[in-house]
Write a protein that binds this ligand. Structure first.
Ligand SMILES: [Zn+2]
Length: 271
């Protein structure tokens, strides 16, 4: 079992300083990817590409897919359909200009594509995206979409959705391949779940801060103090954990999505 590698490239402090800590950590992650023979997909926040275009150019030059992680990193429901369209088009245009390749993938901030944002898949398709990786098919205190399929599917607009990999255990649904879940769960358990997952596409998802064990405590933008502490601790093992799952992976999410031909069409209204 090898999972695809994805990174959500954002500044968790919300400052987006051109020489912020997140930039240095991202560069270390790129070097590490080369050492691990990993080529993957980086979902980049548009604001970050505006403040550090050379980093985005570099990750494209190193063979990674540059995909879109919104312009402002605001949840879709807060933007509304017109705000979402403007935010997305702005980010896509800049990312394509900087990366010098078409941007066909989108990941919603905090997996905020939910039942409350039924317009989002249509907007993404109209904007020229081919796939989305924006759905957390689980109950979640922030932005879950529990009734969505846990396997890849197609929205009525034609957009391919690659949902966040989850493991169902009784009443719980655990997005075990990324973020704090990957950092806190026993690696053996994660590997066992991944090896037994079928019918889904496995991908790891992390942020620069997940790898940054030396960062002094920092309040995460938009998060409570207990959540910020949870997100701050237990970072040292991230390199080894992601490496155990994704080393040698050379497939981008765009390549995964393009191979998906016979997908079931799904929307909340036809489920
Ligand atoms: Zn994000």
């Amino acid at each position: 079992m090898t999972a695809a590698f994805t990174l959500d490239l954002e500044d968790h402090t919300g400052a987006y300083a051109p020489r912020g800590r997140h930039i240095d950590v991202a560069r270390r992650i790129l070097d590490w990817c080369d050492a691990q023979d990993i080529r993957g997909t980086v979902f980049v926040v548009g604001r970050l590409a505006a403040s550090a275009p050379e980093l985005v150019r570099e990750l494209a030059a190193r063979g990674h897919e540059v995909a879109c992680h919104s312009w402002s990193h605001e949840p879709l429901g807060q933007l509304g359909p017109e705000g979402f369209r403007a935010d997305t088009l702005r980010a896509k245009a800049l990312l394509e200009d900087v990366a010098q390749h078409r941007v066909v993938g989108y990941r919603a901030p905090i997996f905020s594509l939910t039942r409350a944002t039924p317009w989002a898949p249509d907007v993404l398709r109209e904007a020229g995206f081919e796939y989305s990786s924006s759905v957390m098919p689980a109950p979640n205190p922030l932005h879950g979409f529990p009734e969505a399929p846990a396997h890849p599917f197609r929205w009525p607009s034609g957009l391919v959705e690659l949902p966040c990999p989850v493991r169902r255990i009784g009443p719980l649904t655990v997005p075990y391949l990324g973020g704090v879940y990957l950092r806190y769960l026993p690696l053996r358990l994660v590997e066992r779940w991944a090896s037994r997952a079928d019918g889904t596409v496995l991908w790891t998802y992390c942020h620069p801060y997940d790898f940054d064990a030396d960062e002094p405590y920092t309040r995460i933008a938009g998060a409570s103090t207990p959540t910020s502490v949870l997100l701050w601790l237990n970072r040292r093992g991230t390199w080894g954990r992601v490496g155990a799952l994704a080393a040698g992976s050379r497939v981008t999410m765009a390549e995964v999505a393009s191979r998906m031909q016979d997908l079931t069409t799904w929307s909340p209204s036809i489920s």
